[in-house]
Write a protein that binds this ligand. Structure first.
Ligand SMILES: Cc1ncc(COP(=O)(O)O)c(C=O)c1O
Length: 476
């Protein structure tokens, strides 16, 4: 049985069990030894390097999310939609640096801009012409922004707005969605994931749970957790805490557990409610900004937040992020006699990153670019549904344009809790089979997501779907 509902589609068929051991986000899972053996046989140098790296880096990787079992491949080179590892394997890349590379690897205009900037200097500790041109382009893309400040990462881009919102409202608590990820700092390391033994099953949401060790318990008291896409509960929780809430932060497409698209007028209602209650609405567009449209998710879903955070695509493959909003709110950062909101950073608006970001945004601002990007995204994610149906695999796919995730389930996936109940072991087995076949299907975790780019051709997608189909055969 096959059913299509707007931009997400489910395939309802039979489900199977997988067995590949994976360790990601610090969790261990199980997997099949035959696909692992095939994967490693093609990656002897990667495996040897990884064994060395374990002696020098915790878990042998530079960032927890890069780890998966049996071992990561070691990247050597990227070109267009392809990644090459040190063993000579060529992969069609749907991870794209975990989102930033919407133009693919080494887009010539971006590389040229970076080389030219390198010849002029890397950083100056002084304002630059390019930085202002960049901000003007940001404001053109995101009319909700009147004033903008640079950061280096997406984590900083969401962290500073919390401080600005606290200063502006005089309140302290922040509401975030259960399962959303806004960066690795203490305030937002709340209910990013919930260990099984703590999860209150059968509920739509539960109070804040710190994610991982090393976090002061008192920080959880400042977080209010609401369930994305469950409007009645969201409204009740926000109204109940309104007197203490400085801000509601949201990923407009909930990508923290994979990909969940906002249903109905969830975002519009949230906009109305926060305005009514005097709470700052922050859109975390680190992932969706310049990906879903030139104006990000706020253009796509026609909702204007008070503050927007951007990073990833905004830096064109370099470390660049920022946040902006109305003049009234952003002027909390201005120096004044009463004190101000501190915002700083040695590397803010780093000249090379700005050059890369500017070159990227100039390309993305051209008419018709996003219809091309979306066409390839639709071809890939809708094609996955078709090949899974051919293989009689139960699958739910959520995607919007070039961002999506697949879920092994016979039910609709509408919330983060729905995502958690899908067959994650099967996803891991499928992922490893697909990787062994030649596609790197996004962030290597069932809570991750995959991306297409302007560099993927129809031929690349056709080839990727053949590989995906073979991987479905292996899990079915
Ligand atoms: C929605 C969202 N917000 C914030 C971040 C943090 O960005 P960064 O890794 O650049 O600090 C991420 C990273 O994946 C993200 O997906």
């Amino acid at each position: 049985m096959f059913k299509r509902i707007e931009i997400h589609i489910a395939i309802i068929e039979n489900a199977m069990v997988a067995q590949c051991p994976f360790i990601m986000w610090g969790y261990t899972m199980t997997s099949s030894s035959s696909c692992e053996a095939k994967y490693t046989a093609k990656r002897k140098k990667s495996k040897a390097h990884y064994e060395q790296a374990k002696k020098h880096l915790p878990a042998g990787v530079e960032s927890n999310i890069r780890l998966f079992e049996p071992h990561p491949f070691i990247a050597k080179e990227g070109k267009g939609p392809y990644l090459y590892d040190i063993d000579g394997n060529k992969l069609i890349d749907f991870a794209l640096g975990y989102g930033p590379l919407i133009l693919g690897h080494r887009r010539p205009e971006v590389i040229k801009a970076v080389k030219e900037q390198l010849n002029r200097g890397t950083m100056f500790g002084s304002p630059t012409l390019n930085a202002l041109e960049y901000v003007k382009l940001i404001k053109k893309a995101l009319p909700s922004i009147e004033l903008f400040r640079f950061t280096n990462t997406g984590s900083e881009a969401t962290m500073y707005p919390l401080r600005v919102a606290r200063a502006y409202t005089g309140k302290e608590k922040i509401a975030k969605a259960e399962g959303s990820y806004h960066g690795g700092y203490d305030y937002m390391m709340q209910s990013v994931d919930i260990p099984d033994d703590v999860m209150q099953k059968g509920k739509k949401c539960q109070p804040a749970v710190t994610w991982g060790k090393g976090l002061p318990k008192c920080i959880s008291d400042l977080a209010v957790i609401y369930p994305f896409n469950e409007w009645d509960e969201t409204e009740e929780i926000i109204r109940k805490n309104a007197d203490e809430l400085a801000a509601v932060i949201i990923e407009p497409v909930h990508a923290g557990g994979g990909c969940v698209i906002p249903r109905g007028d969830y975002l519009k209602r949230l906009r109305r409610l926060t305005k009514e209650l005097g709470i700052v609405l922050i859109f975390d567009e680190v992932l969706t900004g310049f990906r879903l449209a030139f104006g990000g998710a706020q253009e796509r879903f026609d909702v204007k937040p008070d503050i927007t955070a951007v990073a990833k695509v905004a830096g064109g493959g370099f470390q660049l992020g920022g946040f902006g909003g109305s003049k009234e709110i952003m002027e909390e950062i201005l120096p004044s006699d009463e004190g101000n909101v501190y915002h700083g950073g040695t590397y803010n608006a780093h000249a090379v990153s700005v050059a890369a970001g500017l070159a990227t945004l100039k390309i993305l601002s051209k008419p018709g670019i996003y219809s091309k990007i979306d066409r390839i995204g639709d071809m890939f994610f809708n094609g996955i549904i078709d090949v899974a149906e051919d293989r009689k695999v139960d699958l739910w796919v959520e995607h919007v344009g070039s961002l999506g995730q697949i879920f092994f389930t016979d039910k609709e996936v509408r919330t983060w809790r729905d995502e958690q109940e899908t067959d994650r072991e099967k996803w891991e087995k499928w992922f490893l089979n697909a990787l062994t076949g030649g596609i790197f299907f996004g962030v290597p975790h069932p809570d991750g997501h995959a991306f297409t780019s302007l560099a993927h051709s129809q031929e690349d997608i056709k080839r990727a779907l053949e590989i995906a189909s073979a991987a479905f055969k292996a899990v079915a």
